[in-house]
Ligand binder design. Structure first.
Ligand SMILES: Nc1ncnc2c1ncn2[C@@H]1O[C@H](COP(=O)(O)OP(=O)(O)OP(=O)(O)O)[C@@H](O)[C@H]1O
Length: 261
């Protein structure tokens, strides 16, 4: 068992504390004959200030890994940390607060409220939490995502790519330690998808955020710094500075192995 990490990629200080990590993370569903082991003793570190992609065949455990790292799902055994906090020891209320303060989510469905403007959607989670947005930071996020001239528009008046950018801005607005994106380009055409990936990249490079993205798309994974490949609930490989072609080749090899097995 080895620990997969992006910490040794260029530009990250040696020894910098990971944004999240898990040791011996196991998640199973059901019991007895119907028991499914979705994650099987996974050790993983998510390097701070990096863009990590998670790939693997359907059912390999990608969403489960993301949900467990984000504290959205309980674990069967093992430990998970966000920053210095071991979230697997937290009571539900503390976990809810930590998630609210330190984690941002971008989902495939943008989950924007149709009656609110882009600006209102962006600050909604903080408004609900009774937190005052850091105006300077939110301004930077809005400019980085190119949303300045769209702030007064409602979601129906925005393109799919713009809606997803608003969803990205909403995830970034509270300056969370970690952003999780689950197939963020799944509902977008390739141009809008590239736009959103470019902005996630920018969030990492210009704003210093940490992004973890689950994707099936080698082209999307190529925007990341590190791809973690899952197979049957384990991390079976990794690729630094991926290219779409390289990722595709690697996925084909997994397919061939699975067919042989
Ligand atoms: N709530 C659940 N109850 C029972 N089994 C589950 C549940 N959620 C996930 N699983 C099982 O756990 C395994 C991993 O599922 P997971 O959704 O994490 O895979 P994935 O890699 O994200 O798949 P996909 O690419 O299809 O979204 C699968 O075998 C799945 O059927």
């Amino acid at each position: 068992m080895s620990t997969w990490t992006a910490a040794d990629t260029e530009g990250i200080e040696a020894g910098a504390e990971p944004a999240a990590r898990a040791t011996a993370l196991t998640k199973s569903y059901g019991t007895g004959e119907t028991r499914v082991v979705a994650l099987d003793a996974v050790d993983v570190e998510i390097a701070r200030g990096r863009f990590t992609a998670v790939m693997g065949p359907s059912g390999s455990g990608k969403s489960t890994l993301m949900h467990c790292l984000a504290g959205l799902d309980s674990v069967t055994s093992g430990q998970v940390w966000i920053g210095e906090t071991e979230i697997t020891r937290l009571a539900e209320r503390e976990l809810t607060r930590l998630r609210r303060d330190q984690v941002g989510f971008v989902f495939q469905a943008f989950n924007l409220l149709p009656t609110l403007t882009a600006a209102e959607n962006i600050t909604l989670p903080m408004d609900i939490a009774g937190r005052r947005p850091d105006a300077e930071w939110v301004d930077r996020v809005i400019d980085t995502l190119g949303l300045r001239d769209r702030l007064g528009h409602r979601p129906a008046q925005l393109s799919g790519g713009q809606q997803q950018r608003v969803a990205c801005a909403r995830a970034l607005a509270s300056r969370p330690q970690l952003i999780f994106a689950d197939e963020p380009t799944g509902n977008l055409d390739s141009q809008a998808g590239a736009e959103v990936l470019g902005f996630l990249r920018e969030a990492v490079d210009a704003l210093g955020q940490t992004v973890v993205m689950v994707t099936h798309d080698p082209g999307a994974a190529a925007w990341s710094d590190l791809v973690l490949f899952l197979g049957d609930g384990r991390i079976v490989d990794e690729m630094h500075e991926p290219t779409a072609e390289g990722v595709l080749e690697r996925l084909k090899r997994f397919d061939a192995l699975r067919k042989q097995g």
